[in-house]
Design a protein around this ligand. Sequence first.
Ligand code: ATP
Ligand code: MG
Length: 578
Amino acid sequence: MKVETIKKNKKDLVSPKPNLESYEKEYKKFNWKTAEKEVEWFGKDSINAAYNAVTRHALSSKRHKVALLWESDTETKHFTFAELDDLSNKFANVLQGLGVKKGDRVFIFLTRVPALYVSFLGILKLGAIAGTLFCAFGPDALKDRLLDSGAKIVITEQSLKDRVEKVKPELPALEKMIILEAGQDMKDYEVDYNKLMSAASDKFDCVKTQAEDCAFMLYTSGTTGKPKGVMHAHKAIVQQHMTAKWVLDIHDEDMYWCTADPGWVTGISYTILGIWSNATTSYVYSGRFDPDKWYSLLQKHKVTIWYTAPTAIRMLMGADPSIAKKYDLSNVRHACSVGEPLNPEAVRWGLKELNILFHDNWWQTETGAMMVSNYRCMDIKPGSMGRPMPGIKVGIIDDTGKPMKPMQEGNLAAKPGWPSMMRQIWNNEEKYNSYFKNGWYLAGDRAKMDKDGYVWFIGRADDVIKTAGERVGPFEVESTLVSHPAVAEAGVIGKPDPVRGEIIKAFVTLKAGFQESDALKKEIQDFVKTKLAAHAVPREIEFKKNLPKTRSGKIMRRLLKAQELGLPIGDTSTLEDY
Ligand code: ATP
Ligand code: MG
């Protein structure tokens, strides 16, 4: 494999200076005890993540700085740290008035409106456990999560409340629904958000939660199976803070935009907690993805740091190139990507077409914060997810826990104990325990590490293809496919074959202006053969209009496979309409 390196020009690394100046030096000397001093503690083992995100800034000279710059398609609103602190105090009082206690689960089912951020912080201040639900979830997806978590309260809005109401009779633990813009005919278990908020005091003594107390819970994306309820402790803020500082490289003066919804972990750890802990302004756009709109927002708000996902980048790549040319994106000084493998072609495209270098990083709902990253101070090898965060030992190991040699494929693993590691899988201890083996946390992903310590993603453990005695990672094949001029997106699976064990089958969507034909299939196959290897050529290619994706934008290979083999399709609660 030919590895290209994008060298960082030291001259460009001055304004501002990267927060992490030397990866190697810091990795050697780092310890979490020192990092813990960057956030505020109430006492030795007592910390509250929401206090760190807003209250401590509201009590400082940052109090009038904008924390949340919120925009919909019709209006824009600003909230300073002091305002967010007051509002979340009010909300904590509202919950307390409704009988919510420490450890109770309170779920938020809202579109990206300011109340989402206010209520999240309020729940944490009270010591209750916040859960978020993506606003496109239907009644069954809601029922699964609300029933499993035993949620006591749901905060929702007029346009979404019917979906919860439909399943309410099956949720014995659900006591109240707090409704935004509640109408006239309210049921006995419904309460009006605005009314309660205007009556509530804005003074609240943030509960002095223990570092290990749970702050929020999140159901995973459901890419590989039924979503799991992952529990995170208040102490996770330490790592969310450090990674926001070092990986996202946020500085005081930055305008930061994370495009992820708080229904997924990225939107919680890196729109809310890690960003506000660093007292930086988070920009939130409540509308949908649209290339023209997104570029216009980057320009309009002079966004300096942009955190997004491979699917969005690939969609931008597929859009008409003249759209990007209309806008000035020169304020974006740092960009990162997460959630799926970032194809090298996407990195090259970003640099060439937008003059933006996307820095890939890897982590999971379960890890709570970034684990492997490309840092601003570090050269980039497109296709690699970067190097382990200082303080985290990542290993590529075999099934007995033995480390693999450089560039040998193995299980991607980490030594347990990082601050933002999940503390439980709700109601499922067995599942929780299954992540740990031979002293390692196993991510369920396959990867390799080069001699410089850069980690290369191969695929989910279940997705790696065994064909004619060779192991083939879907990521490599998909990356080659999307580097063909006609291909917009690709999802690759192993299809059982009597002779080869499995053959590679690729599902491909085409860029605008290209026609499906057998000749094009052949051309794509030849392309993979020359670019990658003969054994990695998809013997079957199927053109599709769209690929099945989770609502967080991940290709659902398990669905492609189930459809192909006529098997049951399993949990589709996170499947996007396609
Ligand atoms: P489920 O666990 O329910 O199947 P999921 O694994 O997609 O869903 P998340 O926790 O949102 O849920 O995603 C984490 C996974 O996403 C990782 O295990 C990895 O497979 C993939 N991933 C995240 N970031 C990257 C990246 N930079 N490169 C490659 N894969 C990534
Ligand atoms: Mg997972």
